[in-house]
Design a protein around this ligand. Sequence first.
Ligand SMILES: [Zn+2]
Length: 88
Amino acid sequence: MHNELKTCRVCGLNYNDFHPWGVDGKTASYEICDCCGVTFGNEDSLSHSVIKFRKDWIKNGAKWFNRDVKPEDWSLEKSLHNIPEKYK
Ligand SMILES: [Zn+2]
């Protein structure tokens, strides 16, 4: 099931067992997103900075920060659908 608390606000990556902003959605982990490379708690704190970071990331080719964990069937378009409404 889709869970916004397990989703990167910038790139829409769904994590299986990780909450970028904690289980309450308010406690930033300061970990780095495997996909877009945002630091949870820094550039993804405000919706306008989320949008800017995403725009720059896509402009630079939407490259995975941690390529070792990139799924074979990953698609940018599909991933972007997962982004919570507030941060689109
Ligand atoms: Zn991300």
